[in-house]
Design a protein around this ligand. Structure first.
Ligand code: NDP
Length: 238
């Protein structure tokens, strides 16, 4: 069902995986969607822009490009993320820094740029893709879990700062989802994740996208500072 009238949405890391599913679902519900990535191709019918979330300049240029082509961005799905898994004792500072720089500082750069026009228009939806691991922790993922936990405090702070301006700021915490990121795991690692998930399976990117469409909808105007798990029960509501 097409319910929106061409609101402008931008999805970081929207060229593949969870981001691509979010972009497709928003487009299907009537939004005009731009997808941002470092090098990937945009799906048909969507505007593709180059953006490296580790650079404020790159984020700014990509937003300007979207604004020129489609108009002010009203919905942001901050989805770009990386992993550099290893046990903490083996983890280099560079690996910790890279993950935080992309997953947490990247979300800050994007939200800061996006909120400018949202504040002026007194309307906006900031949606951050965190992870169940940000709340429960994960062996070999201290950098990733720290970055994803950081998103919760960040988003909730924005909910308090911007809630009075018609802007909501919410977090989705997916469990294990079938994408390139989890394809890189070993079978044993995937079996471990599925065993910890009451649903007994990995999730589909479209299942995360459904929650994004809800948070972006008019019906979610009074949902702010929430963390919505889409994890097959792995986090038991946390
Ligand atoms: P993928 O590895 O399939 O895709 C990652 C996306 O992020 C790509 O589009 C990639 O773009 C983009 N990206 C990475 N670094 C940057 C950067 N510096 N600037 C711009 N874009 C960047 O991951 P998933 O689809 O699996 O994950 C999407 C999000 O969901 C991530 O934040 C991840 O942490 C989170 N998540 C994933 C889970 C899973 O099980 N898959 C579970 C919980 C959370 P490019 O093509 O340019 O590399």
């Amino acid at each position: 069902m097409v319910e929106n009238e061409g609101r402008v949405a931008l999805v970081t890391g929207g060229n593949r995986g969870i981001g691509a599913a979010c972009a497709a679902a928003l487009a299907a519900s009537g939004d005009r969607v731009a997808v941002a990535s470092r090098g990937g191709e945009a799906p048909d019918g969507m505007l593709g822009v180059r953006m490296d979330v580790t650079s404020a300049d790159s984020v700014d240029k990509a937003f300007s490009e979207v604004e020129a082509a489609l108009g002010p961005v009203e919905i942001v799905v901050s989805n770009a993320g990386i992993v550099r898994d290893t046990l903490m004792l083996m983890m280099s500072e560079d690996s910790f820094r890279d993950v935080v720089d992309t997953n947490l500082l990247g979300a800050y750069r994007v939200a800061k740029r996006a909120s400018r026009s949202m504040i002026r228009r007194r309307n906006g939806r900031l949606i951050f893709i965190s992870s169940v691991v940000g709340l429960s922790g994960g062996p070999g993922q201290s950098n990733y879990a720290a970055s994803k936990a950081g998103l919760v405090g960040f988003a909730r702070s924005l909910a308090r700062e911007l809630g009075g301006r018609g802007i909501t700021s919410n977090v989705i915490a997916p469990g294990p989802i079938r994408t390139d990121m989890t394809d890189a795991l070993t079978d044993t690692q995937r079996e471990f994740l599925v065993a910890a998930t009451p649903a007994g399976r990995m999730g589909d990117p479209a299942e995360v996208a459904a929650a994004v469409v809800f948070l972006a909808s008019q019906g979610a105007a009074y949902v702010n500072g929430a963390v919505i798990p889409v994890d097959g029960g792995a986090g038991m509501g946390h």
